[in-house]
Design a protein around this ligand. Structure first.
Ligand SMILES: *Cc1c(COP(=O)(O)O)cnc(C)c1O
Ligand code: SF4
Length: 374
């Protein structure tokens, strides 16, 4: 079966002749060899003018990093390549559109102790690290990932906060990417949180299974398995990310009984074509990842070129959902500016009321009546 791994192999031999297959498959080697500037990226990609200019102009803000593995999935000559557009800056990133701001969800306001965001009584987000393997240009936390703000060293206060508030049942470990932590460090955090009696569920949000699938080692999976119930929320962008290597990591996680959820940001020109989105969602479910949220792209500075108008997004999701198992259809949400939380958005399906009936519209636009006396 053709799965592109021959191309990755060729990429490795051409650009990293010093790395044998074992090195290439070592996640730490991948992290150390990330492409972090225009110079490094120009070695493996034929950069466009706008990419070159944007890379040269970077100062502060969201850094650039791409794992060699993820770079090997990109089209070297086509700047419109979807994976490329998600991680390589372009001019548009320097344009501020109306309504855009660094912290659109007002996470700073809901930060109860450094590195802990609590917007709901029963759930908290812990920012366990500030770094990622690969930086997404549309990152909702672009203000603080990559070292803009220190996030490590806060663990004691964070753990103490979770322990002190017995309403908290569900802890989301986020960042940055928590799987950038060493397995030992992550193990310490999980063990400390698991020891808190009122914590029922642990969740880890990560993009690593798709940008650095080598991170999903047997040792990591054995650790995660010890801390069940544990959910790994996987940030997935495009079906081209579902390679043989990614499939192996996802299978390891699923075989260990870890619940896998998919999170995707709807991105213009990247995953907003119906066939692309359908293929991504179906592919995730086939790899036992249940698509959970589809996010409208948050208005961080310089993100307008990624945004799909909401009405188009709603029509897209309805159209795509018609031809998918219900399990493959995520909830399309807007994380409300101002800290209102995730609000589902979708077509109006309850279109009216008649005496004794509710009037409903299905995804094909057909009308049905359901007896629902007042
Ligand atoms: C997304 C999020 C949660 C978890 O929301 P669920 O709908 O339970 O997945 C909790 N806290 C914050 C601040 C969040 O952004
Ligand atoms: S992996 Fe997540 S936290 Fe890191 S840059 Fe991408 S969206 Fe942001």
């Amino acid at each position: 079966m053709f799965d592109g791994s021959d191309e990755r192999e060729r990429f490795r031999r051409v650009f990293y002749p010093e790395a044998d297959a074992a090195r290439w498959s070592d996640w730490r080697w991948q992290v150390r060899h990330r492409l972090r500037d225009g110079h490094a990226l120009a070695r493996v990609l034929n950069l466009s003018e706008t990419e070159r200019v944007a890379l040269a102009r970077r100062a502060g803000g969201l850094p650039v990093a791409v794992t060699p593995y993820y770079a090997s999935l990109m089209h070297p000559d086509d700047p419109r390549d979807p994976l490329r557009r998600t991680v390589i800056p372009v001019d548009d990133e320097d344009r501020l559109a109306p309504g855009e701001r660094p912290d659109p969800l007002d996470e700073r306001r809901d930060t109860v102790v450094p590195g802990v965001i609590q917007r709901h009584p029963d759930r908290v987000v812990i920012l366990a690290t500030g770094v990622c393997a690969t930086y997404c240009r549309y990152c909702t936390r672009s203000r603080l990932v990559g070292g803009g703000e220190r996030l490590t060293g806060h663990w004691e206060a964070a753990i103490a906060h979770v322990a002190s508030d017995s309403r908290i049942r569900d802890v989301l470990i986020s960042g940055g990417d928590p799987l950038m932590l060493s397995t030992r460090r992550l193990g310490e955090l999980l063990t400390r949180l698991r020891a808190i009696p009122h914590v029922e569920l642990l969740r880890i949000g990560s993009r690593m299974p798709l940008v650095l699938p080598m991170r999903i080692t047997r040792k990591l999976v054995a650790l995660l398995r010890r801390h069940q119930p544990l959910v790994v929320s996987i940030h997935a962008t495009h079906p081209a990310e579902l390679t043989a290597e990614a499939a192996r990591g996802l299978a390891r996680l699923a075989d260990a009984g870890i619940l896998l959820a998919g999170q995707t940001v709807l991105l213009a020109g990247i995953n907003d074509a119906p066939e692309t989105l359908r293929s991504l969602l179906r592919g995730l479910l086939r790899h036992r990842v249940r698509p959970y949220y589809l996010y409208q792209c948050d208005p961080i500075p310089g993100s307008a070129h990624f945004r799909v108008p909401v009405e188009e997004g709603i029509a897209l999701v309805e159209r795509v959902g018609r031809d998918l198992s219900g399990l493959a259809v995520p909830r399309y949400v807007i994380d409300a500016p101002g800290g209102g939380g995730k609000i589902p958005i979708g077509p109006v399906t309850m279109v009216g009321r008649e005496p004794g009936h509710l009037v409903l519209r299905n995804a094909h636009g057909q009308i049905y009546r359901y007896p629902d006396p007042p």
